[in-house]
Design a protein around this ligand. Structure first.
Ligand code: SF4
Length: 255
């Protein structure tokens, strides 16, 4: 079976997404809206138009088109004389993606690397994701996933059962704060972390250090109190996120 999924990037030679030489594939669509998100083009599950620096808003690309239903934007892209538009998001079948990611299988093996599935939130496309993981594993490729942990229990169990390593976020310990800054409750995430602990799958929890939001003494103490020693790694704040919001015509509220 080969169903279609929506991705927005494939990054080769990734060094921060697990051991060895890895390729990271970014799934499009996320149920969270973290105010610090550095991949805002990964939130919407559909293709989106992005405008590169230098766009003078001349309007040629919009002539006769409101960009609401026109994805994948072929006509609009061709309309820009300077080539300043790009589309984030395209459909691909699990067969085609697995074939593409498997081309470097020897390199992964030699370096102790593999493929990391990130996003967005990969668990939003569970059937496509599971098909991909099954195909990669049948090619002997080490598979890791980066997830917010926000998913139904059944989907979470099914996916981690196909992973060699899981990175699962634990951003904020307080549920009210979690809702305030990500748009969703942390209860399903905490439940899934329990499932992860019991699964026997290798994992790491991750807390991004966002100034004044997740890096507060209260949050870090609370996270320490509900996690095991050595279970959490802390990620530095990515200051470069703002530019992508501008390209999407959105406001970066953390500016
Ligand atoms: S979970 Fe990740 S992709 Fe989703 S909004 Fe938060 S930071 Fe962005």
């Amino acid at each position: 079976m080969s169903s279609n999924g929506m991705i927005f990037d494939i990054k080769e030679f990734a060094v921060h997404d697990g051991g060895g030489v890895r390729t990271t594939v970014f799934f499009k669509g996320c149920p969270l809206r973290c105010v610090w998100c550095h991949n805002p083009e990964g939130q919407n599950p559909y293709p989106e138009l992005m405008r590169k620096a230098g766009c003078e808003n001349c309007g040629r690309c919009r002539a006769g088109c409101d960009h609401v239903d026109c994805a994948p934007f072929g006509r609009c892209l061709r309309a820009c004389p300077k080539g300043l538009l790009k589309v984030a998001g395209y459909k691909i079948s699990s067969d085609e993606l697995a074939e593409r990611l498997s081309r470097d299988a020897d390199l992964y093996k030699m370096s102790g690397g593999g493929v990391t599935v990130s996003g967005g939130e990969p668990l939003m496309q569970p059937d496509f994701l599971c098909e991909l993981l099954e195909k990669l594993r049948s090619n002997g490729i080490h598979c890791a996933i980066e997830t917010s942990g926000y998913a139904g229990e059944e989907v979470f169990r099914r996916v981690i059962g196909l992973c060699d390593f899981v990175y699962c976020d634990l951003k904020l310990a307080d549920d009210g704060e979690h809702i305030k800054y990500t748009g969703v409750s942390n209860k399903p995430i905490l439940r899934n972390i329990e499932i992860l602990r019991e699964s026997g799958v290798k994992y790491k929890l991750r807390t991004p250090l966002i100034p004044g939001i997740t890096d507060t003494e209260e949050n870090l103490d609370a996270i320490s109190s509900i996690t095991l020693p050595g279970e959490v790694e802390y990620l530095p704040y990515n200051k470069m996120a703002g530019a992508k919001y501008v390209m999407l015509g959105r406001k970066y509220t953390l500016g």
